[in-house]
Design a protein. Structure first.
Length: 381
């Protein structure tokens, strides 16, 4: 995957150069003679590059100096001399701050260096220049309209490239914090970018790795507002609102949706059938367990019984959760049976309590007490 993206980043091409800087040759001058010699050399030839460098050094104020520097940047990029490409790009932009092509050249040099800080800098700078050109008014002079239209169209495509650069670099980056910075930069640059649909879930997982719970939840809820198919995000949102019973309604909302989504999820090709089933089973168990605990907090015992019975088969591998589930199943059935002396319900509660009492943990002592009370009061065996 990363190799493919790297290839795309290398090969991604734009229309022909905007050719902002023009070549004007006066053959009767020394600089004109040098320009003629340059034009006779093959592009990329070391001799041509040396002559271009000589021209910039000797004739920095010549009207063709911009064209020469642009040629130099192109030569440096082709030769993978990225620091030189950046330096000449900075120099050219100092004389022509609206040169979007040169700014994009600096972005490509930054990509070549694999310098994420420079990529973010030049993606932002290039995008700003491109948008200024796109937003510029149509010239009053009819002779300039076609050139303006061409530059506007070129700049639109350059702007899209800056988004692609941030996206592709983020995909190549293995460090979660750096990846997050790149994706956040893309979101700030254009929240409606065509790449944001793919980026948002990766922002979520990168944030999880950084441990920023509040930001992770914010990303999850933003995505879930329009797409509730991601079980990891649903589980995180439900768990967040369940913790401390911060928002019982939202906890139930997300947990319920999780139980609906999981059966419809396709198994990823890279995951074994056994591992996928474990994943689905555990998340299903947690979802029903959370809903059951919310119901218990509200003393809705029939709901507790229904929900925790669905949770129980799926939480067997989590001793603490299994113990709590059995405890509240015992309590719920006893609470439902006692008012009407419904002995079958009381016996159900007794059996669940016995199972809980056999598991070491914070519910064991109270479960043993409940077993003793039920046994004595209803003459149970």
């Amino acid at each position: 995957m990363r190799a493919s993206i790297l290839l795309l980043l290398t090969l991604y091409s734009l229309p022909l150069s905007a050719q902002r800087h023009k070549l004007n040759v006066n053959a009767d001058t020394p600089e004109g003679q040098l320009l003629l010699m340059i034009s006779q050399e093959a592009e990329g030839a070391p001799r041509r590059t040396a002559m271009l460098e000589s021209f910039v050094e000797k004739h920095p104020k010549n009207e063709s100096a911009g064209w020469v520097m642009q040629q130099l940047q192109t030569a440096y990029l082709k030769a993978n001399e990225f620091d030189k490409a950046l330096a000449i790009g900075e120099k050219l932009l100092a004389t022509d701050p609206m040169d979007v092509e040169t700014a994009q050249g600096n972005l490509k040099a930054s990509e070549g260096k694999k310098d994420t800080g420079l990529i973010m800098k030049w993606a932002g700078t290039t995008s700003q220049l491109a948008r200024k050109i796109v937003a510029s008014p149509q010239p009053a002079n009819a002779d300039d309209v076609e050139e303006w239209k061409r530059m506007v169209e070129y700049s639109k495509q350059v702007d899209i490239y800056t988004e692609y650069s941030l996206y592709a670099t983020g995909l190549q980056t293995t460090d979660a914090a750096t990846r997050l910075k790149l994706f956040n930069a893309l979101e700030i640059q254009n929240p409606k970018s065509q790449y944001m649909k793919d980026v948002a879930p990766m922002q979520f997982y990168a944030l999880q790795q950084t441990g920023d719970k509040a930001a992770t939840l914010a990303i999850a809820e933003r995505i879930l507002a329009t797409d509730q198919s991601n079980d990891d995000m649903l589980l995180l949102a439900a768990s967040n609102y369940f913790e401390g019973m911060k928002d019982k309604a939202k906890a139930v909302q997300y947990a319920q949706k999780l139980t609906e989504v999981l059966p419809t999820k396709a198994k990823p090709a890279t995951v074994s059938d056994a591992d996928w089933q474990k994943n689905v089973s555990l998340k299903t168990g947690i979802a029903y367990w959370m809903m059951g605990m919310v119901a218990a907090a509200d003393n809705k015992w029939p709901d507790v019984d229904k929900l925790l019975r669905q949770a129980l088969p799926n939480v067997q591998t989590n001793t603490e959760m299994k113990s709590e589930t059995l405890f509240y199943l015992g309590l719920a059935n006893f609470k439902m049976g006692e008012p009407k002396a419904d002995k079958p319900k009381i016996i159900e509660g007794y059996k669940f309590s016995q199972q809980c009492a056999a598991i070491p943990g914070k519910y064991q002592s109270q479960a043993k007490t409940n077993v003793t009370v039920m046994k004595q009061k209803y003459k149970l065996q």
